[in-house]
Ligand binder design. Structure first.
Ligand code: ARG
Length: 582
């Protein structure tokens, strides 16, 4: 709607210019707002007031001239001047009804998809091998996946890049420890507790000189491509990723093994990168290390900051890998846009790697590199989220607890479901709640993880939205018809019907905004408001009550169907399941 009004006003401004009613060099910024009081129209603009002074006219007089020059459009039923010179637009209910019917027939639920699809690489999740997924990986995984789904829905080619931490000197000690464990346990061991495994490996490395020596030796061998070491390394990666995949599947996260592009992938490219940066004169030797000095980052002393890309001992760094990685994503994956879902503490690291990659010509100006940063996940006490004993909260424990709590919640509420159904509902509610709690907050700020706030049917939560959807399904069951069978006309006569219809047509703008800003919370807010709008509609306009005429009932069911479709579409973009019954 907004864009239609925008177009009409743009045409009008051009006409007013050629009629010399306003100066030719006037370029007003169009502002079109939704009105609060619908009796004054649905949209309003202050355009006449903004142009009055330069045009040398009084605002109401200019508003009248604008209206006279405004082209006819079937979307607008009336235009009026209000107050000091506002122009109010009334949306034509018949036009709105057509939009809703089109939305129902459209596989994209009325969302305008990309006219020029891009190749977009999304770097998300990125856990580390032989470690439990930490809290920041949960955030990255959940938010990154929602944006990934949204971009794909809009028709972009999306490459999921799971940049796992699968390389580095720690693998010497991990291989040595894996070997020890395997020797001691005849059977193939189960590494169920990665955190403990890592801790033990480190302890041996610190306490046992012989072990440490072996570990260092393995690092060298691994880097030299030694077959045994590679095999042991692979095993560590595989064990970790099987566990992570389990979490992804439970959470309905669309990552698979094929999306793994870990640090090890870039390792063979690093020597050439360093040579090239030296050759280009961007890097210099400094006390045995290879360093790039960046003028745009000043250190404490005000001097250009030195970023080490190769250590004195020949080792490479996290930054070197990210330089190679950016290059690869542009040159090999042909990315137009790369989104990095990484916590905000790594901002400086990314800026440095990208700055070097751009200066070296690996990433051209046409490619957009975006740090989709997020804040920390905090406990109820406002401190970083930890277990009672201060350890890392394991993803699997978090999901188990969600499942337990949701099972209790559902047992209270859904007693007409059988055992099997209840467990399906509990899983959908549990995973939905955990994801939605994260997704619904503006990602840039820290967020407080609170079981009680997320696992409730009230407020801006997944269960609330899932329930709104299910409620519509039960309206259809009661009416003994399916949304697909709906025919006949949609008459938007009541204010609550028009308000709901208008809200439904906003999905397109919202989804496109999520894609542009990599911010799924915009979609959450919208779905929450939509559900509220639906509840008001349903209160004012009953469907299955006596006294509702067949036509009225049919018309309202069309609105119910469209609402269900928008809710389902929106939730599926967030990776959250909807249920027919709960
Ligand atoms: N593995 C890293 C961590 O645990 C995140 C990697 C993010 N991606 C990247 N290209 N640096 O913090």
């Amino acid at each position: 709607m907004k864009s239609i009004i925008e177009q009409l006003l743009t045409t009008t401004i051009a006409q007013l210019k050629s009629a010399e009613i306003i100066p030719a060099d006037l370029a007003p910024r169009l502002q079109i707002d939704r009105t609060k009081d619908k009796s004054h129209g649905d949209f309003a603009t202050n355009l006449a007031m903004m142009m009055a002074k330069p045009a040398g006219k009084n605002p109401r007089e200019l508003a009248q001239l604008i209206i006279e020059h405004l082209p006819q459009n079937s979307a607008i039923s009336d235009v009026a001047i209000a107050g000091p010179g506002f122009i109010n637009f009334f949306v034509n209910p018949d036009y709105l009804a057509e939009q809703i019917k089109a939305l129902l027939a459209d596989e994209h639920a009325g969302v305008t998809v990309a006219t020029e699809p891009q190749t977009i690489v999304v770097d998300y999740s990125a856990p580390n091998v032989a470690k439990e997924m930490a809290v920041h990986h949960i955030r990255s995984t959940v938010i990154g996946d929602a944006v990934t789904r949204t971009l794909e829905f809009l028709g972009h080619k999306v490459v999921r890049a799971n940049h796992i931490g699968d390389w580095g000197t720690q693998f010497g000690m991990l291989i040595a420890y894996l070997e020890k464990v395997q020797n001691e346990q005849a059977a193939d061991m189960e590494l169920s507790d990665l955190e403990a495994f890592y801790r033990e490996a480190k302890k041996h490395y610190d306490d046992d000189a012989e072990f440490a020596e072996r570990a260092r030796n393995y690092v060298v061998k691994l880097q030299g491509g030694d077959e045994y070491c590679l095999k042991m390394w692979r095993k560590l990666v595989d064990i970790t990723m099987v566990q992570n995949q389990n979490n992804y599947d439970r959470l309905n996260v669309s990552l698979s093994n094929d999306d793994v592009m870990g640090e090890s992938l870039y390792n063979p490219m690093l020597p050439n990168i360093v040579e090239d940066l030296l050759g280009q004169g961007l890097a210099v030797e400094d006390d045995g290390a290879i360093v790039v000095f960046l003028e745009e980052f000043k250190g404490k002393d005000g001097e250009a900051m030195g970023v080490i890309i190769r250590k004195r001992d020949g080792g490479y760094l996290y930054t070197t890998t990210d330089i190679a990685c950016a290059k690869y994503r542009v040159e090999t994956l042909n990315a137009d846009r790369v989104l990095y879902f990484i916590d905000s503490r790594q901002a400086m690291h990314l800026q440095q790697a990208w700055s070097i990659a751009r200066k070296a010509g690996y990433v051209g100006d046409h490619v957009s590199l975006e740090h989709c940063a997020f804040g920390m996940m905090l406990g109820k006490d406002g401190k970083p989220f930890k277990t009672r004993s201060g350890g890392t909260v394991k993803m699997v424990d978090l999901l188990d607890e969600a499942q337990e709590r949701a099972t209790a919640l559902i047992a209270e509420k859904s007693n007409d479901l059988n055992e099997q159904e209840r467990s399906t509902v509990a899983s959908a509610v549990a995973m939905g709640a955990v994801k939605y709690a994260d997704l619904s907050k503006n990602r840039t700020t820290d967020y407080i993880f609170d079981w009680d706030n997320m696992l409730t049917f009230e407020g801006n939560t997944a269960p609330y939205l899932q329930y709104a959807y299910t409620r519509i399904q039960s309206i259809f069951r009661k009416a003994d018809i399916t949304p697909e069978q709906l025919q006949g006309t949609l008459n938007l006569t009541e204010a609550a019907e028009q308000a709901l219809a208008q809200k439904l047509t906003q999905l397109s703008d919202v989804v496109n905004n999520v894609a542009a800003k990599s911010s799924p919370h915009l979609l959450c807010t919208y779905l929450f408001e939509l559900s509220g709008q639906f509840m008001s509609f349903y209160e004012a306009c009953p469907v299955n009550k006596d006294g509702v005429s067949a036509n009225e009932r049919n018309s309202r069911l069309i609105l119910c169907g469209a609402t269900a479709k928008v809710l389902k579409t929106g939730l599926s973009l967030l990776g959250i399941a909807t249920l027919e019954r709960m």
